[in-house]
Design a binder for this molecule. Sequence first.
Ligand code: PBG
Length: 347
Amino acid sequence: MSLTVDRPGARDEDADGATAAVPEPAHRLRRTRRTETLRAFVRETRIHPRQLVAPLFVYPGSGGRQPVGSMPGVERVTPDEALRDARALEALGIGGVILFGLPAEKDAQGSGGWIPDGIVQETLRRFRDADLDLALVADLCLCEYTDHGHCGPLLADGSVDNDATIELYARTAVSQAEAGADIVAPSGMMDGQVRAIRAGLDAAGRHDTAIMAYAAKTASAFYGPFRDAAGSTPSFGDRRGYQMDPANGRESLREMQVDVDEGADMLLVKPALPSLDILAAARARFDLPIGAYQVSGEYASIEAAAANGWLDRRRALIESTTAILRAGAGFVITYAAADLATWSREA
Ligand code: PBG
């Protein structure tokens, strides 16, 4: 057999000029990689559409769709169009949707988040009335509704007032539950938010509403395109006073433990690819459902590189989502949910 690769051992020649015997590999791992049939048979991780959650950005009006420039394929939609999208996602067998609202008006408190005729509430009522086979998740934060773009009302020094904010989160949770949310997903990273929300829901008789706690959420550079989509960029400062330092893995486990103790029903790690170690550690430590949010910047990076022909979009999206599941996520919030569901059916 002629050698086409340079193997160091193959160059040793004995006195007669004959090639010394190269030992056979002791383990032949390539046997199960030989054909796609065998690879599919031994594959450890698969993407199932039910594990995917699609974000939806809703704004008031009807018949409206606006593309989000920094997120190709993502649109802001009015409630009627959102219902159309939700039905298409349901037909693909997707697990759920998570709603983000773009209110007509903003104020210092973020009242658009909890008023009964808020944009998310209006959309939830439509979805509930349509009896969709989708988990209805409401993102629970006030940064989309405050005129300053922070995640709750401010103190005089410009920092977010933690304890006033969690009261408003509780109020928002009740309003979202009354409108039809199965799950509320607090993403503001205030101390005590899960406990306050659970207490608020229970006091309102909403014992059945579950809490998906954005437990380990870092102050990530990868949220940029989302803030463009949701109009929630802080008008001053940043979110490092409440979101976690991405350098801290142990602290993220403390955050999760606190949320478990406060009554979270499921945990979320965010962003996803930059947090795979945290996801794996969380999976080993907690027995709750754990999800990950592949955020706007993770999605936009892949889209931009694919648009330039620098990587294969489909393969990059499947690979990154598979890695998130392999690391321990039971579900993934992703802007590519519809495509991934379609591809997983073809696979
Ligand atoms: C609200 C919220 C944000 C995201 C989800 N919920 C923005 C932020 O924290 O600034 C980001 C999602 C994404 O980037 O896709 N607090």
